[in-house]
Design a binder for this molecule. Structure first.
Ligand code: AMP
Ligand code: MG
Length: 194
């Protein structure tokens, strides 16, 4: 039995495949009768941003001014907190967002206070693999950056996630999503969800 109201935050740099790993894990858990709801943090932000005509696609949000991004982030956090009071929930989001002004924390203190996750998962893989995945994904406007910059972003995500553990007492789980080894990544995520 899992306790109700378990909150699992899943993060990873754009293109690492976090949504794919989450969908695989959700399918596996549904077959076992374990109920989780998956919500995408960026979608909550985008709903507001689109209504205000700030952007026309979700990948433009990280280029908005820092204060606008923080306002959208706050709105998303309160909406998600309200719906997750007694459900088990997976939140698909980012430990940090790469903006023109530098890395923006995905879970600053006021967002953490709303969400209070039990676990923060970092989905990672080799930067070269991420680069290839971004090049092959025509459905999104992915940032074009080299493997070195992707590696640096993953390093920053680990560093900032240590702060999330200090604020909340959550555990930090690293899940690798390697080429041809998606099932292994799904297994590892399922282990923290059940
Ligand atoms: P995604 O679909 O997960 O790539 O998210 C789309 C966009 O939503 C990201 O590029 C960010 O601009 C925004 N976003 C998602 N989660 C967060 C967060 N926790 N804090 C700030 N922005 C976020
Ligand atoms: Mg995604």
């Amino acid at each position: 039995m899992i306790e109700l109201g378990k909150k699992v935050v899943v993060t990873g740099v754009p293109g690492v495949g976090k949504t794919t790993v989450i969908n695989g894990a959700m399918e596996r858990l549904a077959a076992e009768g374990v109920a989780y709801e998956a919500v995408n943090f960026g979608t909550f932000m985008f709903d507001v941003a689109r209504k205000e005509s700030l952007v026309s696609n979700r990948d433009e949000m990280r280029k908005l001014g820092k204060d606008v991004q923080k306002r959208l982030q706050q709105a998303a956090a309160s909406e998600i907190a309200a719906m997750s009071a007694d459900a088990n929930i997976i939140i698909d989001t980012h430990s940090s967002v790469k903006t023109p002004a530098g890395f923006l924390a995905g879970l600053p203190e006021w967002v953490l206070r709303e969400l209070m996750p039990d676990v923060v998962v970092l989905v990672e893989t080799d930067p070269d693999q991420i680069l290839m995945r971004r090049l092959g994904d025509a459905s999104r406007v992915r940032d074009m950056e080299g493997a070195r910059a992707i590696a640096e972003h993953q390093e920053f995500n680990r560093a900032v996630s240590a702060a999330y553990a200090m604020y909340t007492g959550c555990t930090i789980k690293i899940v690798r999503n390697e080429n041809f080894l998606l099932e292994r990544g799904i297994d590892d995520l399922v282990d923290v969800l059940r």
